[in-house]
Write a protein that binds this ligand. Structure first.
Ligand SMILES: [Zn+2]
Length: 246
């Protein structure tokens, strides 16, 4: 169901029905690159259970995550609306489902709806804010609290406690050495918060991870809540008036 994506679920009935004929259900495999820097974006994605990282690649081959998005986001919307050129790489970090929409069709629907355009601007603002938060997080917070933050966000977006991440991948996304991640993941396991085996992490104690996470987890969560909350209120108000006049 497209409604499993929170942005789609928050659309007005007319915007949703204008987009629905253009949506196709897809399964996104782990490590699939949805688009790379400089690619022409021909599709936008509404993840419903897939989790996608927007990453910055460096000339040395390292990749660092700027933002993690999933069922609270649309992937590729800024480029689809304008230049069609991607400025970041989008890589599937946890496999799952999504709805894909042709970028030109998406733009066509958006240009017909001031309300949808306004939502898309706010959505881009939330992604930008998340990327800024990641910069501050990397500069000011220790690896363990960032790891807790990261696991909680991945859990929220995937909707499950079993996360298929290798420690190499975690280290890469957090922009730290593999040994740091190994050390801190071991400490979290010793504290009973997670259990990890080769390539898999199971979350055992969500409250414990909340306590261990830096403030960035809640900051990003509240930014997305505002994005969706404001919109939902407007939608509810209109639905109510529709009932009243219908
Ligand atoms: Zn932080």
């Amino acid at each position: 169901m497209p409604n499993s994506n929170a942005i789609f679920a928050s659309l007005s009935a007319s915007d949703a029905s204008a987009l629905r004929p253009h949506l196709k259900s897809v399964h996104l495999e782990s490590r699939r690159i949805l688009f790379d820097v400089g690619d022409v974006i021909d599709s936008v994605y509404f993840p419903t259970s897939a989790v996608v990282s927007l990453v910055v690649g460096l000339s040395t081959g390292e990749m660092v995550e700027g933002a993690m998005v999933g069922k609270d986001s649309i992937v590729g919307v800024a480029a689809a609306m304008d230049s069609k050129l991607a400025f970041t790489q989008a890589i599937v970090q946890l496999p799952g489902d999504a709805f894909v929409c042709d970028a030109s069709a998406f733009k066509g629907v958006a240009m017909q709806s001031e309300r949808l355009l306004s939502l898309l601007f706010r959505h881009e603002q939330a992604v930008y804010a998340q990327a800024q938060q990641s910069t501050a997080c990397m500069a000011a917070h220790d690896v363990r609290s960032r790891l807790c933050r990261w696991l909680l966000r991945a859990r929220d977006l995937s909707g499950g406690d079993h996360l298929a991440f290798t420690q190499e991948f975690l280290a890469e996304m957090l922009g730290v050495r593999r040994t740091s991640v190994t050390f801190d993941a071991h400490a979290l396991q010793q504290a009973g918060l997670i259990k990890y085996s080769r390539g898999k992490i199971q979350i055992l104690n969500v409250d414990g991870l909340h306590e261990g996470a830096c403030e960035c987890y809640e900051t990003v969560r509240s930014q997305y809540a505002k994005l969706l909350g404001r919109n939902r209120k407007a939608h509810d108000a209109r639905s109510m008036s529709g009932v009243a006049h219908g």
